[in-house]
Design a protein around this ligand. Structure first.
Ligand code: COA
Length: 215
């Protein structure tokens, strides 16, 4: 499978058929299409490491727990707002069993040169708001040693595309004011529409997603 750069693989893939296009609706609930949870084409991060983004699976619970132990205190604070020692079984079940309609989550996986998955180093998810079907809350985290290599951008670009095909048009993110990276990455994916002044130390930023292929 050809390697593509982290920042280019999300462009619409001309010629992709319904089997390979990761955004083809495969089932529907209440008129909202789910998206085909296929792994992405292989990419290379900025340091040349082969990787891919793929849907989270029920078997990823152990990887999520390992990832928690690999996060710095800053990573815990930025993603969870406080230190998370562990996930409960119920939380792991919720986080790994997505319907890809209202809850879409992707893993960033590191590959060896043969394309075998070596490690899971990031996760991004969006969860549709109960009172607004076009709005979803987005959250992302990469283990520290894999940050600043384009992986966060790759995850969010693909997540945005899947979200768009599931009818989601806006994301909201909760961000600590000192977190410069998250708004930077999110602004690359969508256009900021609104930002609340930090309440209890936390700002809510709403982004309008761009139609796939608009960039
Ligand atoms: C936010 C996060 C996911 C970004 O992922 P990443 O893989 O490091 O980001 P990328 O390498 O794709 O970088 C994207 C852009 O953000 C910038 N960026 C990344 N980290 C940065 C930092 N610490 N400070 C300033 N800019 C930063 C990059 O320079 C890049 O900009 P460019 O394209 O103009 O060069 C990652 O830093 C992270 O996991 N943070 C902790 C959890 C968190 O903050 N989650 C968000 C709350 S929901």
């Amino acid at each position: 499978m050809p390697m593509e750069t982290a920042l280019s693989f999300e462009k619409d893939e001309p010629g992709a058929d319904e089997k390979t296009n990761p955004c083809v609706p495969v089932r529907a609930r209440g008129g909202i299409p789910a998206v085909n949870p296929e792994p992405s084409p292989h990419i290379r991060l900025k340091d040349g490491t082969p990787a891919l983004t793929r849907p989270i699976r029920p078997a990823d619970g152990a990887a999520l727990s390992r990832g928690l132990r690999r996060l710095s205190p800053k990573g815990h604070a930025y993603r969870f707002l406080h230190y998370r020692k562990r996930f409960t079984e119920a939380e792991l079940h919720y986080l790994t069993h997505c319907d890809f309609i209202d809850h879409i989550a992707l893993i960033l996986a590191i590959l060896d040169e043969a394309g075998n998955e070596l490690d899971q180093v990031g996760v991004a998810r969006c969860i549709r708001a109960k009172d607004d079907p076009q709005l979803a809350e987005v959250a992302i985290v990469l283990v520290d040693e894999w940050q600043r290599k384009g992986g966060g951008t790759a995850l969010l670009m693909r997540l945005a595309r899947l979200a768009w095909h599931a009818g989601i048009r806006q994301w909201k993110a909760h961000v600590l004011p000192e977190n410069l990276a998250a708004p930077r990455v999110l602004t690359g994916i969508g256009d900021e529409m609104a930002r609340t002044a930090p309440r209890a130390g936390l700002a809510e930023i709403v982004y309008r997603l761009r139609p796939p292929g608009a960039d």
